[in-house]
Ligand binder design. Structure first.
Ligand code: SAH
Length: 252
């Protein structure tokens, strides 16, 4: 398991980079520097467009959203061919991103994978709303493409029972329009309809917007795949128009 520095340097290098929610401003310096070192960048088209200035002139491997395995396999093969490759994900690559898949695809290959963290939508969206995730929270994706729907329902129910604030990723897509409503109905069996919730769309991108509303209203509110949904816990309240889950400091 313990490899020497020399052994590591002999390996091919592959970066898996979280580029944050939007453009360059919310990327880490480490991510920018790693991109500079790469010859070849793989990612979903929209993400490559967001960082177009940083990767101008570099080879690009892009495919549509549904071709993740093909894209990551092509990235691995480019690394094996001796190129310095970056696979980019929005937000953090280890949160519903490509990092896990890259480890699976590179298992047994002589490739050194360096994961560079990014600001995930839970954090960037929370900052837009105020401070909804100050205490314990659960991140749950409502996409049932890779997780069975019953498992998602179970996780949401248990998070509500545990009084976790929640950041809900992938609240809807063109094909899945009722997932958010179904999940709200589960949470409503535990929490009151007045529970404070928030929606944030296009975080860090053109058209960024947010909305504060109650759980009862959220149930009937459409969300799209560029939105992250925040469900407050029993302590969450609105302070000066922002969504805040107090930590519970005394004397405030
Ligand atoms: N790896 C990403 C998540 C990818 S899953 C991350 O760490 O943020 C895709 C989901 O993330 C979207 O459906 C949405 O819920 C959320 N998301 C990602 N970027 C977003 C943005 N800029 N604005 C709002 N939601 C975003």
């Amino acid at each position: 398991m313990f490899e020497t520095y020399e052994e590591r340097m002999r390996q091919m290098k592959l970066y898996v980079i979280g580029i944050g929610p939007g453009g360059e401003e919310q990327m880490t310096l480490r991510a920018v520097r790693a991109l500079e070192k790469c010859d070849c960048i793989a990612g979903y088209r929209l993400y490559l467009e967001l960082i177009a200035d940083l990767i101008a002139g570099k080879e690009q491997i892009q495919t549509g959203m549904m071709r993740e395995v093909d894209r990551c396999t092509a990235a691995r093969d480019a690394a094996l061919a001796g190129k310095t490759v970056a696979v980019v994900s929005s937000g953090d690559a280890g949160v519903y991103g490509m990092a896990g898949l890259m480890f699976e695809l590179c298992e047994g290959k002589d490739i050194d994978i360096e994961v560079i963290p990014g600001i995930t939508a839970a954090c960037s969206g929370a900052a837009v709303l105020g401070s909804p995730l100050t205490c314990d929270f659960a991140a749950i994706s409502l996409s049932d493409l890779l997780t069975p729907w019953e498992v998602i329902e179970k996780r949401v129910l248990h998070a509500a029972q545990g009084d976790f604030a929640m950041a809900l990723y992938n609240p809807a897509s063109k094909k899945r329009t009722d997932h958010l409503r179904r999940v709200c109905d589960i949470i409503l069996t535990i929490q009151p309809p007045e529970t404070i919730c928030g929606l944030v769309s296009n975080i860090g991108r053109e058209g960024e917007s947010y909305q504060l509303l109650t759980l009862g209203k959220l149930r009937d509110t459409p969300a799209d795949m560029l939105t992250t949904v925040f469900i407050g816990n029993s302590r969450t309240r609105v302070i000066s128009g922002r969504m805040v889950t107090p930590r519970g400091y005394r004397g405030v």
